[in-house]
Write a protein that binds this ligand. Structure first.
Ligand SMILES: [Zn+2]
Length: 204
């Protein structure tokens, strides 16, 4: 609908017409052009841009954000999922314009690193059950899938608070009540984040 409205206004201004002067047959043509928006991080301008799907993200200039929740694939990655990274970069650039700093303090972790953190948490919390509220083993955590970001864990918490309030526009959601720093791509850019889970032990 957004792009249809833009097209109507664009056509009207092109021909020097007000929107209500568009002939019925022209409206008919505009209404038949249906397309969905595509979200991209435009590198030169450092901005989130929304393009029609028949244009798509511009190769060499845009990084796509993806248009759905992002889930585990088949192959284990060795870095942050590129769609998730583009979402973060878009949010980081938008926050920066407001003077708010966002940083990824922990993103991708190897399965070995994740299991080390889990074993350490068992020692700290005295039981696996309690440890899993804070650190999941590598087969359950989304950090080794490059799909989880710990934001501003060692920096100003207000950045993560901003991301919690505004992340859905970029497809990033806070996940747990007990972890203000942990974000995942649980919705489409411009979508709605699901309700918070009490803690990580509630996953799966
Ligand atoms: Zn995390």
């Amino acid at each position: 609908m957004f792009f249809m409205a833009v097209l109507v206004m664009g056509a009207a201004s092109l021909f020097g017409l007000a929107a209500d002067e568009i002939k019925p047959e022209e409206k008919q043509i505009v209404q038949e052009i249906k397309f969905t928006p595509v979200h991209c991080f435009n590198t030169p301008t450092q901005k989130l841009v929304i393009r029609p799907d028949f244009v798509g993200c511009v190769i060499g200039e845009d990084q796509p954000l993806g248009e759905t929740e992002i889930v585990e694939g088949t192959d284990r990655p060795e870095e942050i999922n590129p769609l998730v990274l583009a979402r973060f970069l878009s949010a980081q650039a938008a926050a920066k314009e407001l003077g708010i700093e966002l940083s990824i303090d922990s993103g991708y972790r190897s399965p070995e690193k994740q299991n080390y953190l889990y074993q350490r948490a068992i020692k700290t919390y005295k039981s696996a059950e309690e440890a899993m509220k804070w650190v999941l083993p590598s087969d359950l955590s989304r950090h080794p899938w490059g799909l989880a970001l710990d934001v501003n864990l060692n920096h100003d918490k207000s950045g993560a608070t901003w991301l919690e309030a505004n992340g859905a526009a970029f497809g990033l959601c806070r996940v747990y009540v007990n972890e203000w720093w942990h974000f995942e791509p649980l919705t489409a850019p411009g979508g709605i984040c699901p309700p918070l889970l009490p803690d990580a032990s509630q996953v799966k």
